[in-house]
Design a protein around this ligand. Structure first.
Ligand code: SF4
Ligand code: SF4
Length: 192
């Protein structure tokens, strides 16, 4: 048959030596490659104990922001949930009661607000859709690894920006002892 190019190489079919038949050259070649990689710089890290530096444009774990007086900004309008391509956000709206003006900025607020971190693709569209500057994706924090799927459903207890009752009183927000107690309990439950 006519060769397609002149690069064809004719190999001499010589009999294998005893060492070749015992795979010795191949074993030593494999071991040398293993040892070379063993002493070279590792491409992997021991996550989660070690983390790599975040990119300046990294979008990580969500946070529900408070205003300058420590009140929750979110008004449960639902725009973030509508904008979310992964349908990762759910919420239940409620009406602010008399005496809760120091807790919620608007008359309507999110009684519950959940983000499913297993669905989320961290695109940031919820952040862009929010008219109240209430939801942000943090640039230096991501959802830590967990063993149970339920633990990736982040509720308000883990999403709302923490603020101490003392900081609130410095900002002129008067809390009833019950409200201060609720806040202290929430802060105690915040993961470190
Ligand atoms: S970052 Fe994107 S996927 Fe995640 S909750 Fe926001 S809109 Fe949805
Ligand atoms: S986070 Fe923003 S967009 Fe989402 S419900 Fe609250 S106020 Fe509306």
């Amino acid at each position: 048959m006519q060769p397609l190019s002149n690069r064809a190489k004719i190999l001499a079919k010589k009999p294998m030596t005893l060492a070749e038949r015992a795979y010795l050259p191949a074993i030593f070649q494999g071991l040398s490659i293993t040892m070379r990689h063993f002493f070279s710089k590792k491409a992997t890290i021991r996550y989660p104990e070690e983390t790599r530096p975040f990119s300046p444009i990294f979008r990580g774990l969500h946070v529900l922001k408070r205003d300058e007086q420590g009140r929750e900004r979110c008004t449960a309008c639902g725009l973030c949930a509508v904008a979310c391509p992964a349908e990762a956000i759910t919420m239940v709206a409620g009406e602010r009661k008399k005496g809760e003006e120091g807790l919620y900025r608007e008359e309507k607020y999110a009684v519950s607000y959940e983000v499913n971190m297993l669905r989320c693709i961290f695109c940031g569209l919820c952040e862009e859709a929010c008219p109240k500057a209430a939801v942000y994706l943090q640039a230096d924090k991501m959802a830590p690894p967990r063993f149970e799927r339920d633990e990736f459903i982040y509720g308000k207890d883990r999403l709302v920006e923490p603020v101490s009752p003392d900081a609130r009183s410095q900002r002129g927000i008067q809390l009833t002892p019950e409200q201060a107690e609720v806040l202290r309990n929430k802060m105690a439950q915040q993961p470190a």
